[in-house]
Structures are given as structure tokens and as C-alpha cells.
Ligand binder design. Structure first.
Ligand code: SAM
Length: 422
């Protein structure tokens, strides 16, 4: 290893959850953004403040991996923070995702030989481009819309390759005003819907970390939406059901995700022996896609869902659920899961599909205290998924089956689903 002009030469030997390559130098682990296992890179150290590890960015690939491919996403190639694995062979990216998942299941979840073998990551579509049905773009002072830079607040106007065909066509002609965000969503029939989200009001001061947190909080808070194209409500379909979801509301990003996940959940519940009449909880249920499929598909798999408690915080998603599930035995609860579950009827089945931060230990404890026969736990962040599963295991629930999906192709993110029983 040599150091020149602030760069260090590193041999990358592993891959970490989060998409960085792993190298070692002077007894420390170095997480190298943009590097793959087997590569030698010249890297710039970006964070040297920790005793056990440092962070770096690959500046030059000296010896490339033979699994590198031509970058598939123009926006990422121009520095946008979207498709961080767009220059990696998609099959190899899935292998790396499975390796990272297995690693966090062991290290964070504490899983070893008594759990099923960690799952492979399955593709949701043949292509790794053209899968994303919703996206948010920042609108710059010049009125041009684009993705934020990976390590900067610059706006990259080259197109991302992830959105479905047509979603990003001529976005600047939609008329979103400078400083706002442009929200785009494709409906089940392919129609594009667009809204302008008013600029987030972010309080100032308190250091870089605090202000980044404030900025995220402000962006996710309630903000006015001005319709720019299509409708305020977007029609999505799963099986024979349809939902009318606000253009800013939650819907799975990959066009094939909802059908795949509900099919996986119902099939795995049957495989672990759920039978008879059951009451279910659909926690972090959004518009009630899992609730509907449990009701509609259980009978074909040997169990009958007689009623569901659906819990979510998002008023738009719950309004969609109220319409779609109006004639079904579903009680809708608006509120945080942690504050709501204690008052619900005892379930035999629980589906829990939290945001990236996971359910957290208190919610896992509340679920296991209700003593369900089976839990379907879904995670879009491998580390929080592993942590939550570890808590289920500590509370006496065993993973009986799990699957993982390449739900965000060309990125390091994966989605995983586990079914547990006591
Ligand atoms: C990954 S989404 C899953 C939605 C739904 N299961 C689906 O597949 O469409 C996570 C959901 O959790 C909701 N949410 C986030 N934090 C929550 C909390 N503390 N309590 C209840 N719901 C929450 C969000 O509004 C969002 O709908």
C-alpha cells in the first residue's frame, strides 16, 4: 500500500451492508465507497475519526473486478445519489446483497446454525432498469428538476435509469417552481401523475448532523401539494383489488413488489402450518395491501382470515384503505404501532412491515407478548431487519422461512421477509 497526494492504495477483500467494499489498513477496517471485492483502488479517506474503522471513496480503480459493467444509470454516473451499484453486474449485485444480509443476520441478529440458511436475493424483474414507479426530484434555482448528488446538495439533471418508461419525460415542462420538490408516480395503467411539494421549512443551527436530521424531518412532514399532471390520487392494483393513493403517499417503489410480497407472505404462512379461522394484525399496513391479500387469499392456502386490525400513521394511505376495504372486516387504527397494539384483540397472525428503521425492540416485545401463532416480518434495511429478528428469537420465536428480494435494483438495498413461529 502506498500513500500519494492524499490517496491510499487499498486491496478490497469484502463487501459491507450499505454497498461499500471492505479493505484493511494498519489494523483498521476501511469501508470504501465505489469499490468491489477483488479490486485494487486508489481511495480518498473521507472519515478518519473512529478508532476501529475509517471511510473512503474509490477515486481510481487500479485493478477492476471482472464483475464491473458499463454504468447503467446516467444520473449515478454523473454523481447522483440513486443507483450506487449501477456499474455492477446485476446477478453479482444480488450475490453481494445476500452476503451482506447473511453477515448482519449473524453479527446483529445473532443467527447461526439453528436458523434456515440465509436467503439468496431473488430478482423481481428481468431488467434492473425501468422498475421504479415513484420518485422525488429536487427543483433547482434555475427551475430544472433532478436528483440530489450522492455527496452534495447539487442537483443532477441527467436521467436516472430506475424509473419506469415515461415517468421522467420532459419533467422541466411540468412547471414545478424553484426550491420545491417534484413528486412523480405512475399508476397501474401507466399514467403519470405529478405534484409539486412546497419547499420544506428547515430550522437553522445546531451543527451539520442536527441540521441534516432537521432537513430530513422537514422533508417528510406535512407539506402542501400542487397538482401538476394527472390526478391527486393514483390508482394501484394488486390482484383483483385497486387503491386510490395520494401522489405523495406510500406505495412500494418496485412495480412488481406488492404482488410478490403478498404472495410470499401468504404462501409462507401456509407452509408453516397456519390453519383454521384467524384474526390478523397488519402493522405498518399503509393502504392495507397485506390485509386485503390475507382476506382474499388465505382460503386457497388453508386458513380463513375473519378480521384484521390495520395500523398506520399515514392519513393518505389509511384513507385509501377505508375505501378499498370498506366492505371487509377490517378495523383501521391511525397512530403509531407502539402506542396502538396493546389495545387490539389477540391475533393469530401478525404482519409487520415497518419503514427502514425497523420495528424496534419495544414493538417486537409487544407483538410477541400478544402470542400470535405466526409473524410475517418484512424489512427494507438488512441491519434493522436482523436486529428485529434477533429480538423475536430472544422472545422465543424461530425463523421458519425467509426470502429476500432485489426490490431496488442497481442499489445495495434489498427487501427481506421472514415467517416466524413460537
Ligand atoms: C414499508 S411501508 C409498508 C406499507 C404497507 N405494508 C405496504 O406494503 O404498502 C411502512 C409504513 O409504515 C408507516 N409507519 C411509519 N412509522 C410508523 C409508526 N411508528 N407506526 C405506524 N405506522 C408507521 C408508514 O406510513 C408506511 O405506510
Amino acid at each position: 500500500m502506498t500513500a500519494s497526494e492524499g490517496l491510499v492504495e487499498l486491496d478490497v477483500t469484502g463487501y459491507a451492508n450499505g454497498g461499500a467494499g471492505i479493505a484493511r489498513r494498519g489494523g483498521r477496517v476501511i469501508f470504501v465507497d465505489g469499490a468491489l471485492p477483488g479490486e485494487t483502488v486508489q481511495a480518498q479517506i473521507t472519515d478518519d475519526s473512529h478508532v476501529a474503522y475509517a471511510k473512503a471513496i474509490a477515486a481510481t480503480i487500479v485493478v477492476p473486478s471482472d464483475r464491473r459493467v458499463a454504468p447503467g444509470c446516467p444520473a449515478a454516473a454523473a454523481g447522483a445519489g440513486c443507483c450506487n451499484l449501477s456499474a455492477v453486474d446485476p446477478a453479482y449485485a444480488r450475490e453481494l446483497g445476500a452476503t451482506a444480509l447473511a453477515d448482519v443476520l449473524r453479527r446483529i441478529g445473532g443467527f447461526s446454525g439453528d436458523a434456515p440458511t440465509a436467503p439468496a436475493v431473488e430478482a423481481l424483474a428481468e431488467q434492473s432498469t425501468g422498475w421504479r414507479i415513484r420518485t422525488r426530484l429536487a427543483v433547482g434555482r434555475d427551475g430544472r428538476a433532478g436528483l440530489r448528488g450522492r455527496r452534495s446538495s447539487t442537483i443532477v439533471t441527467e436521467p436516472c435509469a430506475a424509473p419506469v418508461a415515461g415517468l421522467l419525460d420532459d419533467v422541466d415542462a411540468l412547471g414545478a417552481r424553484p426550491g420545491t420538490e417534484l413528486v412523480l408516480m405512475a399508476g397501474a395503467d401507466g399514467t403519470r401523475h405529478a405534484g409539486e411539494l412546497e419547499a420544506a421549512r428547515v430550522a437553522r443551527g445546531g451543527g451539520r448532523r442536527r441540521s441534516a436530521q432537521r432537513s430530513r424531518g422537514a422533508r417528510s412532514g406535512l407539506r402542501a401539494v400542487r397538482n401538476l399532471a394527472g390526478d391527486d390520487l393514483v390508482t394501484h392494483r394488486v390482484g383483483a383489488r385497486s387503491w386510490e393513493v395520494p401522489v405523495t403517499g406510500f406505495w412500494q417503489a418496485h412495480r412488481n413488489a406488492p404482488e410478490t410480497y403478498v404472495d410470499a407472505a401468504v404462501t409462507m404462512l401456509a407452509e408453516v402450518g397456519v390453519t383454521g379461522s384467524v384474526h390478523a394484525w397488519d402493522l405498518y399496513g399503509g393502504a392495507g395491501v397485506f390485509a386485503a391479500s390475507l382476506l382474499d387469499r388465505g382460503a386457497a392456502h388453508g386458513f380463513t382470515v375473519t378480521s384484521v386490525d390495520l395500523v398506520d400513521t399515514d392519513p393518505g394511505a389509511l384513507a385509501a384503505a377505508e375505501v378499498t376495504l370498506a366492505d371487509d372486516p377490517v378495523r383501521i387504527h391511525r397512530g403509531a404501532v407502539a402506542a396502538t397494539v396493546a389495545g387490539l384483540d389477540r391475533p393469530q397472525i401478525v404482519v409487520s412491515d415497518p419503514p427502514r428503521s425497523g420495528s424496534g425492540l419495544a414493538v417486537v416485545d409487544a407483538i410477541t407478548a400478544a402470542d400470535p401463532t405466526a409473524v410475517v416480518h418484512v424489512g427494507c434495511d438488512a441491519a434493522s431487519f436482523a436486529r428485529d429478528l434477533g429480538r423475536f428469537a430472544a422472545n422465543g420465536y424461530r425463523v421458519r422461512a425467509w426470502r429476500a428480494f432485489d426490490a431496488f435494483p442497481m442499489t445495495h438495498h434489498i427487501e427481506a421477509i421472514a415467517v416466524l413461529t413460537r
